[in-house]
Design a binder for this molecule. Structure first.
Ligand code: 5CA
Ligand code: ZN
Length: 409
């Protein structure tokens, strides 16, 4: 699949800083020192509805990761998937009487437009589940041949007990796992499973549903977790730097994915850090396609809201906190954007050297974007009161805000 166009990332004076980031698997901050090529996998959308502010907030967090790494002069190999076949997509297509392929294509196209407008840097590989199927089938066969997967009425399940490290991503107890498994696409109550938590790797063809050649597995379609694992291993290999997504993916998705990969390769861990963004709510509940309490990026854009203001609204919240989208959040971002644009269009201002370092420092400490915004606010306020005559400063601020925060002033 093609991704979307990259906006330019200006080079900044001085040295970028390495990232310390919160890792769900250890429960604390870990210093990441990637090689010359940093490797990032971020779970992509299931394209049955438009991009909402929750999605945008999660992709914003990992866009900051890329920008911090680029500032350290590393290359970034960023991979993202599109879950372009799965139960929720098929169910929505059925409900609305539309073709599921057309629905996925239409929503993926809209996502690309939203990401471009928000200046999110594109992945280097943007891979759909459907196009990954030829690579998924042999992985499932290998797991089965190794005794880590078993057949149940034609479907193939992964045995969580085959991974001695199972549980080390989310660090949840069995009861919590069971509850979340039922809520998030699992089938803990299906009779015949070895362990209620075992996730499906391959679903045998169902009447009226699309299916693909599965070689020795028979016709069917892939499970959700093996999709991301096949794509990550194919394009990044084991031991990549960050596996990312929203906090609702820690269990079961990232837990199961790590187990699949670890059993397949015999290596541990799959990723050096498992990074999870908080949930954005609206009207008192998590914003979600299934609840329908959504604020869409595309709808705001249609209403004439500047995408840079949307981006500033996301950046005003720490990526790990859960927060609520409100009209006031957007209004504050619009006001801040006005102040910043006025500031960088003046002929001079206070020196920007210290500010660039403050933004770098804030982002390197677990992506503290609110602290970075506060530093820019202080610079603009000092300029307002006539503090400084550096004619290069407004340009440096504008480039730093663009390069490190993805906001074009
Ligand atoms: N296709 C799978 C991942 S392989 C999936 O979860 N798709 S999704 O469309 O449901 O979500 C895409 C990303 O947005 C995921 O990382 C998810 O955790 C994140 N996300 C979904 N809802 C919210 C929300 N309300 N707030 C923050 N992030 C969210
Ligand atoms: Zn995923």
């Amino acid at each position: 699949m093609h991704a979307w166009p990259a906006s330019e990332v200006p080079a900044l004076p001085g040295q970028g800083r390495d990232l310390r980031i919160h890792d769900t698997a250890t429960g604390g901050l870990v210093p990441l020192v990637p090689g010359p090529v940093a490797r990032l996998y971020v779970c992509g959308i299931t394209p049955y509805d438009a991009t909402h502010m929750g999605h945008a907030a999660t992709y914003n967090a990992f866009d900051l990761v890329q920008r911090v790494w680029l500032d350290t002069k590393r290359q970034v190999h960023y991979v993202q998937n599109v879950t372009d076949v799965d139960d929720p997509l098929l169910e929505r297509a059925q409900r609305d009487g539309v073709d599921w392929v057309a629905l996925a294509e239409q929503e993926t196209a809209l996502f690309r437009e939203d990401m471009t407008a928000l200046r999110m840097l594109p992945p280097r590989h943007y891979i759909g589940a459907v196009e990954a199927i030829p690579g998924i089938v042999p992985l499932v066969e290998r797991l089965r041949d190794a005794g880590a997967a078993y057949d149940l009425d034609g479907d193939v399940y992964f045995s969580v007990e085959s991974d001695p490290h199972f549980g080390q991503v989310s660090r949840l107890d069995a009861a919590a796992m069971r509850l979340l498994s039922a809520e998030r696409g699992g089938d803990p109550d299906r009779p015949g499973k070895k362990n209620p938590l075992d996730p499906m790797l391959w679903m045998a063809a169902r009447d009226g549903e699309p299916s693909w050649d599965g070689a020795s597995l028979g016709p069917g379609r892939p499970g959700w977790h093996i999709e991301c694992v096949a794509i990550a291993l194919d394009h990044l290999g084991m031991g990549f730097d960050i596996q990312g997504g929203g906090s609702d993916l820690a269990f079961p998705h990232h837990e199961m994915g790590a187990s699949h990969a670890q059993v397949l390769t015999g290596e541990f861990p799959m990723a050096k850090a498992y990074v999870h963004a908080g949930m954005v709510g609206y009207d008192g509940e998590k914003m979600s396609k299934s609840r329908g309490n959504l604020v869409f990026v595309s709808a705001l854009r249609r209403d004439g809201v500047d995408p840079a203001a949307i981006r500033l609204a996301l950046l005003a919240h720490h990526y790990r906190s859960d927060w609520e989208w409100t009209d006031q959040v957007l209004q504050d971002a619009v006001d801040r954007l006005d102040r910043w644009r006025a500031a960088v269009s003046r002929p001079d201002g206070p020196s920007a050297e210290a500010l660039v370092e403050e933004i770098r420092e804030a982002l390197s400490q677990d992506l503290d974007a609110p602290a970075a915004l506060a530093a820019v606010d202080r610079w603009a306020a000092r300029q307002d009161t006539g503090g400084g005559t550096d004619t290069g400063a407004p340009g440096v601020v504008s480039r730093a805000v663009d390069a490190l925060l993805g906001v074009a002033l």
